[in-house]
Design a protein around this ligand. Structure first.
Ligand code: FAD
Ligand code: NAD
Length: 400
């Protein structure tokens, strides 16, 4: 009898961790993993690539090194899943059949239909988009010398969520190097973060959120909180100030104001909200129990507040452990396990040696929090790529 086909879409946190677990379990089935690049990237480090405090290569490792034995890796872009035919449509390779599918295609930037955002802002979404941000800022700074146009030195960040804060932390670390490299006066550089909500980082205590704001303000960031961005133009941001619309001219406009699940979710006709499918407790898709959906494309209800958990790598990795176990259960006709999320704490980086976060109800700030963040980063890369990858790519310099 032909072997069952397990197909994993996406080699991010959810997909690669599922692959690792399945390869360890050695099921009597063929495994194929499909990803559009030949590398995995640590999405949780993308703000560092964007600011230029690490190189893109530092955040990436080859997928082929993780593919063991009979597992097949296909480098291609997924267009859609045909649920009824149990096939996946790929850009180059045509149709691939599956018996069981793990859908882990991650996130995309969300503009919420804000005019001009798709055309004129730079999202922090993947490796090419973050390389573009670094290059864009460098180009604008290099143009200042000949034009003396100070607007080129204004950088606007839309959204003061985790991504906004973490990017600002890295950017403020990078500014002294850019000042030297492009010979621009520090006092002419403006970094402005515009947030729609009346307060920031609601998951933390007021004290921690204020710590994050004041640390970045000390490094020259101007916050405009409670001011929804209304429009992006080729050279400005337009935001609401009460009833008024105000404009700030800028050379760079980075969009960190939200994410959605992969567009492949909608293209495949899943019932979704912003690219996320409300999955069953065991992570299968309602009505398509041969598909397990994890990571940023999935929504799992947090019964404590009746809202889906936020999309994080932490959840994607934990879901992957259940995904692999449940695929094995499906193969063996055994009952599936319900996913139970175990929050391990949350740390928000504020640059190289600064961070803040909550582990249980313990608040951490400053250098100690930044060390914890690096430990979390290294643990995560080890869980996906093994200890040898962590030793090559990890955050502690003495490894390198
Ligand atoms: P991803 O990690 O996004 O992986 C998806 C994979 O699918 C990628 O390899 C992608 O190339 C591939 N892919 C996408 N579309 C296609 C296609 N059509 N065809 C083929 N392949 C495709 N979370 C935390 O828990 N802690 C943090 O500190 C943290 N920091 C973050 C910092 C930043 C700047 C950002 C943007 C996010 C951060 N997150 C953090 C959130 C975290 O990165 C995501 O929740 C996580 O990446 C989701 O994992 P995933 O497996 O669903 O998808
Ligand atoms: P987010 O949705 O968490 O934050 C976006 C912010 O932009 C919000 O504060 C929102 O109010 C604001 N915003 C939305 N529309 C706006 C507008 N028109 N004008 C101004 N502000 C606007 O998105 P994110 O920060 O990209 O995070 C995405 C996911 O990744 C989240 O689930 C987050 O938890 C996770 N993440 C985690 C970490 C970490 O754990 N260290 C780091 C980065 C991201």
């Amino acid at each position: 009898m032909a072997k069952k086909q397990i197909v994993i879409l996406g080699a991010g946190y959810g997909g690669l961790r599922t692959l690792r677990n399945l390869q360890k379990a050695k099921p009597d089935a063929e495994i194929t993993i499909i990803n559009k690049n030949d590398y995995h990237y640590e999405a949780t480090w993308l703000h560092e690539v964007a600011a230029g405090t690490i190189e893109a290569n530092d955040a990436c490792f080859p997928i082929k090194d993780q593919v063991k034995g009979a597992t097949k890796f296909i480098q291609d872009a997924v267009i859609k899943v045909n649920k009824e035919d149990k096939t996946v449509e790929l850009e180059q390779h045509g149709l691939i059949s599956y018996d069981y599918l793990v859908f882990a295609l991650g996130f995309e930037s969300e503009s919420f239909g804000t005019p001009g955002v798709d055309e004129h802002t730079l999202p922090i979404a993947d490796i090419p988009s973050t390389k573009r941000i670094r290059e864009h800022i460098e180009t604008k700074f290099s143009q200042w010398k000949t034009t003396q146009n100070d607007e080129l030195l204004t950088i606007v960040v839309g959204g003061a969520g985790f991504t906004g804060f973490e990017f600002l932390g890295e950017l403020t670390n990078r500014i002294p190097y850019l000042v030297k490299q492009y010979d621009v006066p520090r006092e002419k550089i403006r970094i402005i973060c515009i947030e729609a909500a009346p307060s920031v980082l609601p998951m933390f205590t007021k004290d921690l959120a204020n710590y994050a704001i004041s640390r970045l303000e000390d490094r020259g960031v101007e916050f405009k909180i409670g001011h929804p961005i209304k429009e992006a133009t080729a050279d400005s941001v337009i935001y609401a100030d009460g009833e008024e619309r105000k404009e700030i001219k800028c050379g760079t406009f980075i969009w960190g104001a939200g994410v959605r699940g992969s567009g492949v979710v909608g293209a495949s006709g899943f019932e979704e909200r912003r690219g996320r499918v409300m999955v069953n407790a065991n992570l299968t898709v309602p009505g398509n129990e041969d598909i397990i959906m994890i990571g940023d494309c999935s929504a799992v209800m947090d019964t404590a507040n009746n809202r889906p958990y936020p999309t994080t790598a932490q959840i994607a990795i934990q879901q992957a452990d259940y995904a692999a176990a449940n695929i094995i259960a499906l193969l063996n006709d055994q009952p599936l396990k319900d996913f139970v999320y175990k929050p391990k704490g949350t740390v928000c980086s504020l640059g190289d040696n600064d961070a803040m976060g909550l582990v249980g109800d313990k608040a951490l700030k400053g250098y100690r929090a930044s060390v914890l963040k690096k430990v979390i980063d290294d643990r995560s890369i080890a869980m996906l790529g093994g200890v040898s990858t962590m030793l090559k790519k990890g955050k502690f310099q003495f490894y390198k």
